[in-house]
Design a protein around this ligand. Structure first.
Ligand code: KG4
Ligand code: ZN
Length: 335
């Protein structure tokens, strides 16, 4: 049947990834070719370079995914591809490849929402999850609190009004001269500092599940500029720890309140920032104190990968949500 061996493709940002998923849950392969080294010298992702790299990499990545899975093109039963949101030129490489392959092989094609993919990484981790669920999604481009009422019924109850959580990590890391991507570097440096080294602001946005991180980011940048002008030393590790604490504090408190008000016994964490150990620990502790459980995907399934896309694609396929040959890349597809 169509769900047996799904080829997943992900090219929305700076990882070219292909995966083979068996029966919607068993990862036979999940090949990820990262372009981080290429973009590092520019301090961030350069869209046109990303597209060109995807173009160079995609055939080899798909071949490796099939080889690792121990299957051939003839065994595939469907193709799922990220069709948005993301960098449009990057998305187009995956979408065009998937359409060509689906047509040539006469396979069903599924277009998957990137954030839905991040959320479904949790279903590869825990097979038995009962609705309603709440998911905190924090990546380089998104920060959302999402209620999952059932498969295919997702409801966004809060979003960032400015910077995404990962974006704040990346910008502060850049200001601290740490490099790109900033999240893991801040997390590492923060381990050597104390969370009360600097008093940084938190945007609570009372009575709302929305987030705002630009004020916090500006506060850090201003603090750095002032110190530079005055020739004062900065406790970089302390600043990294205080910044991380300010982000995590807001994420944890809002997620706990949303879980309570959504009556979700289980909370999921998704997106690149879910790789942050401090966030995982703090969130697990706070939810636990409230009698709730946190599910977090393993690190490799937190950042961009095609296995999560294949998993979300499987569930769309089961609902009959296949795409036609006019499937297009949508840069700003709302969840
Ligand atoms: O989901 P992802 O791989 O790509 C997007 O869809 O955006 O997320 C990348 C983001 C980057 O902003 C990166 O700095 C952040 O996730 N990130 C982290 C950590 N690992 C990755 N942020 C904080 N702590 C980490 N350990
Ligand atoms: Zn992502």
């Amino acid at each position: 049947e169509a769900g047996r061996f799904i080829l997943g493709l992900e090219t929305s940002c700076d990882e070219t990834s292909a995966a083979v998923l068996k029966d919607g849950k068993e990862i036979l392969s999940n090949v990820i070719s990262s372009q981080i080294a290429t973009h590092q010298r520019f301090g961030g992702v350069v869209p046109e370079i990303a597209s060109r790299k995807h173009m160079e990499n995609i055939t080899g990545v798909v071949d490796s995914a099939l080889e690792e899975a121990g299957i051939g093109w003839d065994d595939l039963t469907a193709i799922a591809v990220t069709s948005g949101p993301g960098l449009v030129g990057a998305l187009l490489v995956g979408v065009a490849y998937a359409k060509g392959a689906a047509m040539a092989r006469k396979l069903p094609l599924v277009g998957v929402h990137h954030i839905e993919g991040h959320i479904y990484a949790n279903l590869l981790t825990e097979r038995e999850l009962s609705f309603p669920l709440l998911c905190l999604v924090v990546s380089g481009g998104h920060t959302h609190l999402v209620r999952l009422l059932e498969h295919g019924r997702l409801e966004i109850i809060g979003s960032t009004r400015d910077d995404a959580g990962g974006e704040a990590f990346d910008k502060v890391a850049r200001a601290l001269g740490l490099g790109y991507p900033g999240g893991p570097l801040i997390e590492k440096l923060a381990r050597e500092g104390t969370i009360d080294a600097y008093d940084l602001p938190r945007a609570w946005l009372e009575d709302s599940y929305d987030f705002s991180f630009s004020g916090l980011k500006s506060a850090v940048l201003n603090l750095l500029n002032r110190a530079k002008q005055r020739g004062e030393e900065i406790d970089k590790a302390g600043l990294a720890a205080s910044f991380q604490e300010a982000v995590v504090d807001v994420l944890v408190q809002k997620t706990c309140r949303a879980a309570r008000e959504s009556d979700a016994a289980t909370v999921l964490l998704a997106g690149g920032v879910a790789a942050n150990g401090y966030l995982r620990d703090r969130l697990r502790e706070a939810l636990g104190a409230d009698g709730r459980r946190l599910v977090v995907p393993p690190l490799i399934l937190c950042t961009d990968n095609a296995a999560m896309i294949a998993c979300a694609g499987y569930h769309r396929l089961m609902r009959g949500e296949t795409a036609a040959v006019d499937l297009n890349a949508v840069a700003d597809w709302p969840l």
